[in-house]
Design a protein around this ligand. Structure first.
Ligand code: ADP
Ligand code: GLC
Length: 484
């Protein structure tokens, strides 16, 4: 099949989160299955891609009146044809989606432009994709445009669309004054196809226009169908429930393999964990914590945002630390400065037990996965989550809130240990400080008092396999279903 994959970030080029990991791994896995995949993304200022093969000018009408021009750079990323859309005003900015504090006010227009450019460059090249694969609100409009602007186009009239929802909380909402500029008709707005609570809602336009829709885990798909956990769009997902499914993400074991990881000072495997113990020592040293192997380390790597559960995690850590427990917390994250300052504050009061790095650091993220004993993912909601998959591979037991993709990928140890043969982590349910700190205590007790059970979980965790090949096979099936 010919697949046009439109996305706003790609690992190895520019990344803010797991969407980028997905955008690198899935096209590659599809290519291995002999699909002809092309990937389109913006050429942000941060994109300094070395392998550019040339650029071609492209001009098109974004709406009925305004013609825009841009340059389409051709490149290859991991052997996959890549099209980078350069438009100085829209994409040559420091941030991808925001200026560090607030979202860019013209985001809807910027990403509408990306969607239209992605489709138009197909026309220019005469390349007729079977599938346009859209990802999140940024590229949801491509599904809308296909249906509304190109139903009779000779190149695109047979093309079907798939929308993957990686994070349903972000919806690309903007005021109705942008409608004309976006090329969305007032009829469609008034008819509710793109309108939610009086605003233009780009994610909704994709949910209602795409031929197939999926969430990045079956658990999250179920949550999106329920009113309370759907970020308000349950009525759209339920309207499309025959075309809506959940497909679990994979783990890229070429990048996340403790036996080969070039970022690690020591390598290890399930059969020989000596290197993991040395990584723990190295991590403690790097983070300025006492090098004590008997003290459990809880690691975390995260965007600093309420999605990740910081509102109850920070007080839970504070409680555990104030109780004088023998524990170490190691956190790496960037994002909301309020969370960053609360974490710095906690660190300042517990220098021997808590270390926080405010930033984005790939090498350190690998060391945290390798050197920690537990990995914290207490998310308020988690569409899939990739870090818990990485931590399973590194024998670092996830401590999760039982939600979305976390619930689908981690088998929680029961209180009586009766499932110790299958379990791979610790969970809690209610998103509050009490239950979060209780889970941390249970993890500490497992590590301190039931080492044999901990070891068994660790072995099971390291034997888990979530490959992108499995995931790609499910997307392939979904693409076929889009034609049924
Ligand atoms: P989300 O996409 O919601 O942020 P995921 O768990 O799916 O969550 O993916 C997060 C990805 O971003 C992982 O690859 C993780 O290692 C990476 N990441 C997040 N924050 C940082 C950071 N501060 N430094 C390095 N990598 C990070
Ligand atoms: C989003 C979600 C995360 C998911 C990632 C990749 O960023 O928050 O849970 O793993 O997309 O699909």
């Amino acid at each position: 099949m010919k697949i046009l994959f439109i996305v706003s970030e790609i690992e190895g080029i520019v990344k803010t989160g797991g969407l980028a990991d997905f955008a690198r791994a899935l096209p590659w896995a599809l290519k291995k299955m002999h699909h002809d995949v092309r990937v389109v993304m913006p050429k942000y200022r941060a994109v300094q891609y070395p392998g550019l093969e040339g650029s071609w000018p492209l001009s098109f009408l974004l709406n009925h009146a305004t013609r825009y021009g841009c340059l389409v750079f051709h490149a290859r990323h991991d052997g996959i044809p890549l099209r980078l859309i350069e438009h100085h005003d829209f994409f040559s900015r420091d941030g991808l989606y925001d200026n560090g504090y607030t979202a860019y006010p013209d985001n809807a227009l910027r990403f509408a432009f990306l969607c239209k450019a992605a489709l138009e460059q197909c026309l220019q090249e005469g390349w007729a994709p079977d599938i346009v694969h859209c990802n999140d609100w940024q590229t949801a409009l491509a599904a809308y445009y296909l249906k509304e602007h190109y139903p009779h186009d000779p190149v695109l009239k047979h093309t079907r669309s798939v929308l993957t929802v990686h994070n349903g909380a972000f919806q690309g909402k903007t005021e109705a004054k942008w409608l004309d500029g976006l090329g969305i008709s007032w009829d469609r707005f008034a008819g509710g196809q793109v309108e939610h609570n009086g605003l233009v809602n780009l994610l909704k336009s994709g949910i209602l226009s795409a031929d197939k829709i999926n969430a990045v885990s079956p658990g999250y798909a179920k949550e999106l169908l329920a009113k309370a956990s759907s970020h308000e769009l349950w009525y759209c997902y339920t309207a499309r429930h025959h075309d809506f499914t959940g497909i679990l993400n994979g783990c890229d074991y070429t990048m996340w393999n403790p036996e080969k990881d070039p970022y690690l000072p020591h390598r290890f495997s399930a059969d020989n964990l000596k290197g993991k113990h040395l990584c723990k020592k190295n991590l403690q040293q790097r983070m300025g914590l006492p090098q004590r192997k008997e003290v459990p380390i809880f690691g975390m790597i995260s965007r600093l945002t309420d999605q990740k559960g910081f509102d109850y995690l920070i007080p839970a850590m504070e409680q555990v630390l104030n109780q004088g427990s023998a524990v170490q917390f190691v956190l790496l994250g960037s994002g909301n400065p309020v969370y960053a300052s609360r974490l710095h504050h906690l660190q300042n009061r517990h220098r021997e037990k808590m270390s926080f790095v405010n930033g984005y650091d790939v090498a350190l993220s690998h060391l945290i996965e390798a050197g920690s004993d537990f990995f914290m993912m207490p998310s308020l909601f988690e569409p899939c989550g990739l870090n818990q998959l990485y931590s399973l591979a590194y024998g670092t037991l996830p401590v999760i809130r039982s939600t979305g993709g976390l619930k689908d990928t981690v088998v929680a140890l029961s209180h009586d240990f009766s499932n110790a043969d299958q379990a791979t982590g610790i969970d809690f349910n209610a998103p509050d400080t009490y239950h979060c700190s209780e889970a941390i205590h249970r993890a500490m007790a497992l590590f301190n008092n039931h080492k044999a059970v901990y070891d068994r979980l660790q072995q099971t965790a390291m034997g888990q396999l979530f490959t992108w090949d499995m995931c790609a096979a499910e997307y392939e099936a979904l693409y076929h279903e889009a034609f049924e």
